[in-house]
Design a protein around this ligand. Sequence first.
Ligand SMILES: CC(C)(COP(=O)(O)OP(=O)(O)OC[C@H]1O[C@@H](n2cnc3c(N)ncnc32)[C@H](O)[C@@H]1OP(=O)(O)O)[C@@H](O)C(=O)NCCC(=O)NCCS
Length: 146
Amino acid sequence: MPDTPDNDNCDLFPRNRQPTLRVVAMPADTNPAGHIFGGWIMSRMDNAGAVVAVEYANSRVVTVAVTSIEFHRPVFVGDLVSCFAKIEKVGKTSITVKIEVYAQRIQAEGTRCIKVTEAVIVYVAVNEDGTARQLPKRDPNFSSYL
Ligand SMILES: CC(C)(COP(=O)(O)OP(=O)(O)OC[C@H]1O[C@@H](n2cnc3c(N)ncnc32)[C@H](O)[C@@H]1OP(=O)(O)O)[C@@H](O)C(=O)NCCC(=O)NCCS
């Protein structure tokens, strides 16, 4: 089954991967149209990306750039939102993370799974004083364990 935003089939959910963060979208997170705020989703994605960046860096990290973000579909109240974060690139001090977000929506006819959002976010490992710090050397496969 192709992994595209247009495919609303439940099989789309990547069960072979560990979600980095899962949360249910609540009424307090809605915009005036009744959908979930884009900013709420971005915040969850930033959290998920930071989780894998911190694990890699073994230090504090800060977000330096959101290289891309695409909102494919709206998120609704009650959706179970799962963020999957994967390291794409590691530099001297920066870690580039791809975050994909899926919504599982329970309906009378069954649960639908929808790929709602994806982004690429860059984090920088920092020292206590907030200056960039060199990343540790790691097994090239380290990020695939996250
Ligand atoms: C992140 C920060 C410490 C970088 O400090 P700096 O001394 O200017 O660092 P550099 O310019 O050398 O960049 C550090 C790394 O980030 C990368 N980087 C910087 N700007 C980038 C951008 N716009 N897009 C992608 N990567 C970027 C650099 O390529 C470099 O990567 P490398 O070391 O792997 O080669 C500093 O910019 C900062 O504190 N920014 C504010 C962070 C923040 O408050 N975020 C929001 C809350 S978490």
